[in-house]
Write a protein that binds this ligand. Structure first.
Ligand code: A3P
Length: 317
């Protein structure tokens, strides 16, 4: 990260010096900016995103803490919002991985000193971010653009993330054990964490502004994807017509974006996105995999923490 730090403007370097720090699972440093733990380069790109992004009313912003179903949400949102332009058999998702079609604002786009030009991005612009609600640019908060959040059981999200990093050999990572990583997340220390703050920030916003923020759960999507596909279309202002319903379009989109279909598309089996293999974004796609990694006592500990953090919020885990 020292090379990355060197690239930062003086202002950001100075800011970093004054932020609380912790070690990440791979021994690199995390910084706490606006309540959220992140690597220095993403603190920097978040600030650039906050300062320079200009939201449009037609924008759709997909949000999540990593490993909560972002890739799935990207495929769904893209397919639903663009369905009059691209019938499924011509979907750009057949030839382009979801993360290239729907880039992350702070991870992919605002990483350079110079801001990206997003004016030519096809309308509606479907863009993604992992930053917490409290760090979204004012431009997004003040515009009529739409925000979709996907949340996932924090234990599954944790195990998904741990596997994602431990499987990525390219980075030469020396990861701590799953027990040590778990200890850290119980203290709120994880990329884009604490996870409860991330979820609660968007949850509260969705309660206060239901027309602007749609809050989805990975588990609900697994249980009834067609219901959630309809909710997304309604939320985007392009509800399915009776004709579409009769033709089975909702079912077709649900199947096209399903784990099995996406995982088996050639385009997602090969190639890389940043330093990760595209296939790493499709691991198991199940619920409750944490049971294969964590002792019941560990799960109980996290459940207690979550119970306390979520109490009175109107939602639970
Ligand atoms: P697992 O590691 O538990 O399998 P993200 O997209 O936010 O990085 O999250 C990745 C997680 O979502 C992984 O979970 C991945 O397998 C799962 N996933 C990816 N595409 C999916 C899909 N179409 N349906 C269901 N789960 C999916």
């Amino acid at each position: 990260t020292s090379a990355a730090v060197e690239e930062l403007s003086n202002e950001i370097q100075e800011l970093l010096l004054n932020l609380p720090t912790e070690k990440n699972w791979d021994g690199t440093s995390l910084y706490q900016y606006q309540g959220c733990w992140n690597r220095s380069q993403y603190v920097s790109s978040t600030i650039s995103f906050q300062r320079h992004f200009q939201a449009k009313e037609s924008d759709i912003i997909l949000t999540s803490i990593p490993k909560s179903g972002t890739t799935w949400l990207k495929a769904l949102a893209f397919t639903i919002a663009n369905r009059s332009r691209y019938p499924i058999e011509n979907s750009p998702l057949i030839t382009t991985p979801p993360h290239l079609l729907v880039p992350f604002l702070e991870v992919d786009l605002y990483t350079k000193i110079q801001s990206p030009n997003l004016e030519d991005f096809p309308n509606p612009r479907i863009l993604a971010t992992h930053v917490p609600y409290a760090s979204l640019p004012n431009s997004i908060l003040n515009s009529d653009c739409r925000i979709v959040y996907v949340a996932r059981n924090p234990l599954d999200q944790f195990i998904s993330h741990w596997n994602f990093l431990s499987g990525s050999q390219q980075q030469n990572m020396n990861l701590v054990s799953v027990e040590e990583a778990f200890e850290m997340i119980c203290n709120g220390v994880q990329t884009y964490g604490p996870v409860w703050e991330h979820i609660l920030g968007y949850w509260k916003a969705s309660q206060e502004q239901p027309h602007k923020v749609l809050f989805l759960k990975y588990e609900d999507m697994k249980e009834d994807i067609q219901f959630n596909v309809k909710s997304l279309a309604n939320f985007f202002g392009c509800p399915f017509t009776e004709d579409e319903e009769a033709q089975g379009v909702i079912e077709e989109i649900s199947k096209f974006c399903s784990f099995d279909n996406m995982k088996n598309l050639e385009v997602n089996k090969h190639g890389t996105y940043r330093s990760f293999k595209n296939e790493a974004f499709f691991r198991k796609g199940t619920m409750g995999d944490w049971r294969n990694y964590l002792k019941p006592s560990m799960a109980e500990r996290m459940e207690k923490i979550l119970e306390e953090k979520f109490s009175g919020s109107g939602t639970t885990w």
